[in-house]
Design a binder for this molecule. Structure first.
Ligand SMILES: Cc1ncc(COP(=O)(O)O)c(C=O)c1O
Length: 440
């Protein structure tokens, strides 16, 4: 390997040895983070950090102010209702109507401790509904923690990478998995972490139709709600609406995170929206674990009660205020986050100008949107090799291999923490990388 790398070669080697890492490329996200922290400290040089998906923007002021006011009024002393304070439930219901054109009654809308608690609770409850259906299916690539949530609960899961099954091809592949009859629910994120693919209406329709045919609950993770910036989904009550499987099935659970949309990750508050039909579904098998055979009751008074007995009271007021502002068109929350898409566009070009390829690059016939993440590979290198080398060039990212992607040559790059003032550094480092690793 060349020693004239942008970050001092010997210092990088020293830090790798100090951390006792066998191989940098297969280290966990947190280990890479620690290694990069140490090198930055040792060299005084700043990395282009693309490994972690943290919001890079300040939290919504509207939320912060409402939360402070609620705390001053004393809500910290009072247990909130398990399924959320009434005005928040109403505002969540209004949000899905305004921005998804979807009707769900307030009763079926719950705040959760981050959308992660929503998915955990959904897995728990769904696999207990029907003795024959004990498995969760993931449409990969995906967020590794979701699989971890199944693992810690001993829930079996199945998965496939949709890379080769876009458009109509999805039908046969998905049916192959659902035909087995053991799938209780399937989950995907849209826009997708890590690839930033967005399902087309054709694909959402296929998912909805097959969910109806095989009685499978669709869990749609909308952590990046409205962030397919090729369209403007930000006008309340006006099309276009955030595309969703809700148009094609009434057997769904939505997870809407406030972490990225409102840059509110720290307060751990998200939303779980259960279709009214599913909320009212009776399933005798639930009685093995719960006092009720009603899915909605089992979820609220069984699972969520057991997990955390509800969601932090003050944070619910923050969410209420942010949703109200969005629903009334008083504040456009998508304006600030558009910056992610704009940065991605510039950064992707820097990569492709220097020999890199975008791994997931199309939604059927359309070029991919620019957003929070994008995926890259370099000819002739595995993802593990690429991460290993990047450390010497002042760049960090994570391997797609841990996301269920079959494209193990690829890396996920997250744009949120990269400041525009770092673009010249990124460009210089990528040029050096290209120069040191010529492509035939
Ligand atoms: C796809 C996906 N789902 C869920 C989450 C977690 O959301 P929350 O912070 O609301 O728990 C993330 C956060 O990175 C994500 O990328």
């Amino acid at each position: 390997m060349r020693k004239d790398t942008p970050i001092d070669f010997n210092e990088v080697q020293k830090q790798i040895e100090l951390m006792n890492l066998k191989e940098v490329g297969t280290a966990s996200i947190r280990e890479i983070k620690r290694l990069v922290d140490n090198i930055e400290e040792g060299t005084g040089q700043r990395y282009v950090r693309m490994e972690m998906g943290i919001p890079g923007l300040p939290p919504s002021e509207i939320g912060v102010e409402a939360e402070i006011e609620a705390l001053r009024e004393g809500v910290a002393a009072i247990y909130p209702d398990i399924d959320g304070i009434k005005p928040l439930k109403q505002e969540i219901s209004r949000f899905v109507k305004q921005f998804m054109n979807t009707d769900v009654s307030p009763k079926s809308c719950l705040p959760t401790v981050g959308s992660m608690q929503g998915s955990f609770a959904a897995f728990t409850t769904l696999v207990r509904m029907n003795k024959q259906k004990d498995t969760i299916l993931f449409l990969d690539p995906g967020f590794p923690v979701h699989k971890q949530q199944c693992k810690v609960q001993g829930i079996p899961f199945d998965a496939f990478d949709i890379y080769n099954y876009r458009g109509e091809k999805l039908r046969e592949k998905l049916e192959e998995h659902l035909k087995k009859g053991n799938v209780a629910g399937l989950l995907y994120s849209n826009p997708n972490n890590p690839s930033w693919i967005c399902f087309t209406d054709t694909e959402l329709k296929i998912i909805g139709e097959l969910a109806n045919k095989y009685n499978v609950v669709v869990m749609e993770d909308l952590a990046y709600f409205g962030m397919d910036f090729r369209q403007d989904y930000s006008k309340p009550g006006q099309p276009p609406y955030q595309p969703s499987v809700t148009q094609y099935t009434d057997n769904y659970i939505l997870f809407i995170s406030s972490s990225k949309l409102f840059s509110y990750a720290g307060q751990r508050i998200g939303m779980m929206v259960i279709s009214d039909k599913l909320f009212e579904t009776r399933a005798e098998d639930l009685c093995r674990y719960y006092n009720s055979d009603l899915f909605g009751r089992a979820m609220v008074f069984g699972t969520v009660y057991a997990l955390s007995s509800g969601t932090a009271h003050a944070a619910q007021y923050a969410l209420l205020a942010m949703l109200k502002a969005a629903n009334e068109g008083a504040f456009n929350f998508w304006e600030p986050v558009k910056e992610y898409g704009e940065k991605a566009k510039i950064m992707k070009k820097m990569f492709t100008d220097n020999g890199f390829k975008i791994v997931y690059d199309r939604d059927e016939d359309k070029p991919l949107a620019d957003g929070f993440f994008f995926t890259i590979s370099y000819p002739g290198m595995t993802g593990v090799e690429l991460i290993e080398k990047f450390v010497y060039y002042g760049i960090s990212a994570i391997s797609l291999a841990i996301t269920g992607s079959e494209r193990s040559e690829g890396l996920r790059a997250c744009v949120s923490l990269v400041g525009r003032e770092q673009f010249p550094d990124l460009e210089y480092r990528l040029k050096k990388f290209h120069e040191h690793h010529p492509v035939d």
